[in-house]
Design a protein around this ligand. Structure first.
Ligand code: MG
Length: 328
């Protein structure tokens, strides 16, 4: 079935679209009340975030816009040290979209929400003129345990910088898909709750965390260096990049430090916890290739540098200008 403007009218076609595709996939006691807003139990301190997803194509190797829209918001909640609890979702559907695609996207969102341990408690659909595309907004609420203090401004001299796995996979998968390049590269799109939970459960002193999305690792770490008024130094040979992505970057002249990811995080931890943190990450789902990649060093505040294998050091700035459009 093709979506028509009638599905956005607010009448019978709209309620059929919602009940056939969205409520059926997302079914839970809170959503099923179908009130104007969801009323849920809370916590003393909450984290809130929102993100819109416009990725093209909507289905790509390793994921789809539905999985991405849950992972993106869940991961942002996790990065503030909160435990993700509730999501809302808004669908902007263009006339001509296929209901079978919407079904696939909704099922993928529901599955990812289950995996991440969050409940989709409210939603909205709108239909607009267009060419059959779909965009999704998700907002999320997480509960912040008492005493937790995670901030990009917390990095201190001597701290270690860890990366949870291979760089560049999402970026390379989207670009390969658009360019019709056949390879083995899959998006890393994943919820990072198990890695984050394991760090806290094992008593790692985590100071700053960020998921490495648009703008890449270089942009995240420049932001940390600025916010914490420190210098961060990375060892190039310790930064994990898979062989297929290395090859892909070589051919297209891309730098993995600037490539977008959807299932990787950076954690800055106290120096004495570095090796234990790496082990804890490696034993968690989606953290198998985690590594200590550098640390906070003496030097000019607000800068990021990379030590090359032959002993040189280069300054790495944040991403300027346009990255890859519609990557998330
Ligand atoms: Mg983020």
């Amino acid at each position: 079935m093709k979506i028509t403007m009638a599905h956005g009218s607010g009448g019978k076609a709209t309620s059929e679209l919602i009940s056939d595709i969205f409520s059926r996939n997302f079914s839970n006691p809170i959503l099923s009340r179908m009130e104007d807003s969801a009323v849920v139990p809370g916590a003393q301190t909450i984290a809130m975030t929102t993100d819109s997803f416009v990725v093209t194509p909507v289905f790509f190797p390793g994921g789809d816009i539905g999985r991405l829209s849950v992972c993106g918001t869940v991961n942002d909640l996790l990065m503030s040290g909160s435990e993700p609890k509730y999501l809302t979702c808004g669908f902007i559907i263009e006339e001509g979209a296929d209901s079978a695609d919407l079904e696939r996207i909704a099922a993928s969102m529901a599955e990812t929400a289950r995996e991440a341990g969050v409940c989709i408690v409210a939603g909205d659909t709108k239909v607009i003129e267009g060419k059959g595309g779909v965009c999704i907004n998700t907002s999320g609420v997480g509960f912040v345990p008492q005493g937790r203090n995670i901030s990009s401004a917390n990095c201190e001299l001597g701290d270690a910088v860890l990366l949870s796995g291979y760089l560049g996979e999402h970026h390379a998968a989207i670009l390969s898909s658009r360019m019709g390049i056949e390879n083995q590269i899959q998006s890393d799109c994943a919820p990072l709750g198990e890695i984050v939970g394991a760090l806290f459960q094992n008593g790692i002193h985590v100071k700053a965390m960020r998921d490495v999305t648009r703008g890449g690792l270089a942009t995240v770490l420049n932001e940390f260096a600025s916010a914490s008024h420190c210098r961060i130094e990375l060892n190039e040979e310790d930064i994990p990049v898979s062989e297929p992505v290395k090859g892909f970057c070589g051919i297209l002249g891309l730098d993995p430090l600037y490539m977008g990811n959807e299932g990787k995080l950076i954690a800055v931890v106290a120096k004495e916890d570095a090796e234990k943190a790496a082990q804890v990450m490696r034993s968690a789902k989606y953290g198998a290739n985690a590594a200590v990649i550098g640390g906070v060093v003496e030097g000019e505040a607000g800068t990021l540098c990379v030590k090359t294998p032959i002993g040189g050091t280069r300054i790495v700035s944040e991403l300027y200008g346009e990255g890859l459009p519609r990557i998330c």
